[in-house]
Design a protein around this ligand. Structure first.
Ligand SMILES: NC(=O)c1ccc[n+]([C@@H]2O[C@H](COP(=O)([O-])OP(=O)(O)OC[C@H]3O[C@@H](n4cnc5c(N)ncnc54)[C@H](O)[C@@H]3O)[C@@H](O)[C@H]2O)c1
Ligand SMILES: [Zn+2]
Ligand SMILES: [Zn+2]
Length: 395
């Protein structure tokens, strides 16, 4: 089959690889119809390169049709339309019992001291072949795959794999009081969906980014959009807009590659150029993230408020202003989304034909699989209005 394969930093190719097959009784094989590229894939594209191996198949936002299931899989059968959560969880360990699916103990990567395995996401997270391919082997398929109805287009359900549960978790973690205020840093797919979900709950949402199309898209959905580059000190602007206090909560939907933190950028670039054996411990033990968005989140939130981090960070010793956090009395919540935890809450919204979350306008590009390498480059540079790229391997 064809698959999107990592060959090196900023070197992604479409290769012929071996077809996946059932290896365990709890496996399924899915024929992929739609599979998205995520901001998280961009971290792998360049900065997290030292944790990738040449030949890794990328992708963790797939959906499609069940081709075959193992003898231990009863919840789905061949022909079913399914979405695959990005984290691989068993559904019946101690962590899964607490709804902490991203920490599943059956797939936790203890040798790396990391949480549950993820599709297409480095040797830290199980090096599981990903979903940007024509077919996907799905481990723990007795629990993971989400059955969706026939009828609506793939877009409506595709984002159940990652974007929507991640956004919903970020908004829940932000814990804004009734009618309160929220600032969302980063208006990529994650941030913009955070804004839509919070606005639906009656919160006042201020969104910050620096890409014009993304600011416009956010405004269309009732988010007050601010261009980072038009404000000398964005936290001051946010305080001015909120009676001098700051917002009840802030969400970081940017992560480790934020614009506006040159020191981190240099270190990241240096790490990317080093041999893996040196770069890997450097990233793991030193702080090399670009922290601008997180610093703004900590600065813009009101005293006693909450910072909710969904953007991914990877440095083990990133400098954090603990004094400011302590003095302001801030709670911080973060982590990978526990995808299945949010599906029951999301399903009524995505099966509603009025499409209240506006899933239809998120994908800016739908492409055949052969166009994936060029799409990665376009998405990284935020060119051509690229907000979300969906690969359709059947095209
Ligand atoms: N926690 C999870 O489970 C989870 C799941 C999916 C994605 N993520 C992470 O969420 C983040 C966002 O994902 P995405 O797909 O929306 O990515 P994206 O790259 O499309 O969006 C990031 C946005 O942040 C903007 N930005 C950059 N620097 C900024 C700054 N200083 N202030 C404000 N905005 C800034 C960029 O212009 C871009 O629009 C990534 O770090 C991704 O890895 C986490
Ligand atoms: Zn993703
Ligand atoms: Zn489990």
């Amino acid at each position: 089959m064809k698959a999107v394969v990592w060959h090196g930093p900023r070197d992604v190719r479409v290769d012929e690889v071996e077809d996946p097959r059932i290896e365990e009784p709890t496996d399924a094989v899915i024929k992929i119809t739609s599979t998205a590229i995520c901001g998280s894939d961009l971290h792998l594209y360049e900065v997290l390169g030292p944790f990738m191996s040449e030949g890794d198949v990328l992708g963790h936002e797939p959906m499609g049709i069940v081709e075959e299931v193992g003898s231990g899989v009863e919840q789905i059968k061949a022909g079913d339309r399914v979405v695959i959560p990005f984290n691989i969880s068993c559904g019946n360990c101690w962590m899964c019992d607490q709804n902490l699916f991203a920490q599943c103990e059956a797939t936790q990567n203890r040798d790396q001291d990391k949480g549950a395995s993820l599709f297409g996401y480095t040797k830290l997270y199980g090096q599981v072949p990903g979903g940007q391919a024509e077919y996907l082997r799905v481990p723990q398929a007795h629990f993971g795959p989400i059955k969706v109805p026939e009828g609506p287009p793939d877009d409506r359900f595709l984002y159940l794999s990652d974007v929507l549960p991640t956004a919903m978790q970020a908004v829940e973690y932000a814990d804004v009081p009734e009618g309160g205020t929220l600032a969302v840093f980063g208006l990529g797919p994650i941030g913009t969906m955070c804004g839509r979900i919070a606005a639906r709950k009656g919160q006042r949402v201020i969104g910050i980014d620096l890409v014009p199309e993304r600011l416009q898209l956010a405004e269309k959905h009732g988010i007050e959009a601010l261009d980072l580059e038009e404000h000398e000190e964005i936290s001051d602007t946010i305080r001015e807009m909120t009676g001098g206090r700051g917002t009840d909560a802030t969400i970081d939907a940017v992560g480790m590659e934020a614009h506006g933190a040159p020191v981190g950028k240099l270190a990241q670039k240096a790490a990317g150029l080093l041999p893996d054996a040196i770069a890997e411990p450097l990233i793991k033990r030193a702080g090399i993230d670009r922290m601008a968005a997180l610093y703004h989140c900590i600065d813009s939130v009101r005293r006693g408020g909450t910072v909710s981090i969904s953007g991914v960070y990877g440095g083990m010793a990133d400098p954090i202003p603990v004094f400011q956090l302590f003095d302001k009395g801030i709670q911080v919540r973060m982590g990978q989304a526990h995808v299945k935890r949010w599906i029951d809450d999301l399903m009524p919204l995505v099966t509603d034909d009025a499409d209240p979350l506006g899933t239809a306008d998120l994908a800016s590009h739908k492409i055949p699989i052969d166009a994936a390498p060029a799409a990665y480059e376009m998405f990284q540079k935020k060119e051509d209005g690229a907000t979300k790229v969906v690969i359709e391997p059947g095209r």
